[in-house]
Design a protein around this ligand. Structure first.
Ligand code: S3P
Length: 169
């Protein structure tokens, strides 16, 4: 798989709770290449948490920073890169991702996403009256866009190894 990837990056896209970071980390270690999570990188360069960034500057500024960080990250490879859920939805960022490597949509059903994000409330977009409904609305709006990724892998609630094997295959 490493040979096939060459210097290209493997970029995971999809909604929050799909397992991009966990699957990405495990995939990278199986391939023996570095793993990078774009949200973590944004937090590192800004020295703020994602929630703090949203609160202080709003979503638009966050997206601008996200675009810059992802553009820089994708300049070298190979790496496994997990992106924030909105990255692929942003047109500029999506173009960078499409150019920067092989994109894989980790696709999951609402119940699974909800179960995973419900445990932690770090997602500013879900600080609403009815976060489950918000998540469902995001699914409906975004799934047609994620479908533009190069490949789709189902992220079901099974052992991570099974999903990683599908990504590698
Ligand atoms: C977002 C998803 C988050 C983070 C930010 C916005 C989104 O990343 O980038 O809260 O627009 O879906 P995760 O998908 O890693 O939770």
């Amino acid at each position: 798989a490493r040979v096939a990837l060459g210097s290209r990056n493997l970029i995971l896209v999809g909604l929050m709770g799909a397992g991009k970071s966990a699957i990405g980390r495990m995939t990278a270690s199986r391939l023996g290449i570095p793993f990078i999570d774009t949200d973590a990188e944004i937090e590192r360069v800004s020295r703020m948490t994602i929630s703090e960034l949203f609160a202080a500057y709003g979503e638009e500024e966050f997206r601008a920073l996200e675009t810059r960080v992802i553009k820089r990250l994708l300049k070298s490879g190979p790496r496994v890169v997990s992106t924030g859920g909105g990255a692929f939805i942003n047109e500029r960022t999506r173009r960078q991702i499409k150019r920067g490597g092989l994109s894989i949509w980790l696709r999951a059903e609402l119940d699974i996403l909800w179960e995973r994000v419900n445990k932690r409330d770090t997602r500013p977009l879900l600080k609403t009256e009815n976060p489950r409904q918000t998540l469902e609305n995001l699914m409906n709006a975004r799934y047609p866009v994620y479908a533009d990724a190069d490949l789709t892998v189902q992220s079901r609630d099974v052992r991570k190894e099974v999903i990683v094997n599908e990504v590698l295959a």
